[in-house]
Design a protein around this ligand. Structure first.
Ligand SMILES: [Zn+2]
Length: 170
């Protein structure tokens, strides 16, 4: 199952995962509440955020990976388990019960908060590469036009990663 919580859904995201369950969420608490609901359900799923565009190959790789907690980065420098495109196994969900009960967790911090919660319980995230494509302009300026990632922003990536990101933009 793929779940896409959204407040503003990018067309390319919808096209990238047409089989997903798209859930419009209330901007402040809706994302956390949806995750709480999915945790209560307890089934493995892949989370794709509303401005992230994974390829089919990237989704298949997450689906096939035996690790319990898998993620892609989406912004240069991301090696942390951000929620742009992330897979949660049923074991991880069961092992991190109660993660979503704190309404003080801001929607923009949910991934970092969850990582802290899960690591404290012995879970380790598994990073996949290359990064998924993220519509930076849509996210930061509220417009739907796609922008290329400026080359200078890629400088902090390892060379192998940088080449992969550039190839994905070509
Ligand atoms: Zn993995």
């Amino acid at each position: 199952m793929i779940v896409v919580p959204y407040t503003r859904l990018l067309d390319e995201t919808r096209e990238a995962v047409p089989e997903a369950r798209f859930v419009e969420v209330e901007p402040e608490q809706g994302y956390r509440e949806l995750l709480a609901e999915l945790w209560r359900r307890g089934e493995a799923f892949t989370l794709v955020e509303h401005d992230v565009v994974p390829t089919r190959a990237q989704l298949a790789e997450l689906g096939a990976c035996p690790e319990p907690w898998c993620h892609y980065g989406y912004f240069p420098g991301h090696w942390i388990p951000v929620f742009g495109c992330c897979r949660f196994s049923a074991e991880l969900i069961a092992g991190t019960a109660g993660a979503w009960g704190d309404p003080s967790w801001h929607w923009g911090q949910l991934d970092a908060r969850f990582a802290q919660h899960a690591r404290a319980r012995g879970w380790t995230p598994h990073w996949h590469s290359p990064h998924v494509r993220h519509d930076a302009e849509f996210n930061f300026a509220g417009r739907s036009a796609r922008v290329e990632i400026p080359d200078r922003l890629l400088l902090d990536l390892a060379e192998r990663e940088r080449a992969a990101v550039l190839a994905s933009l070509a």
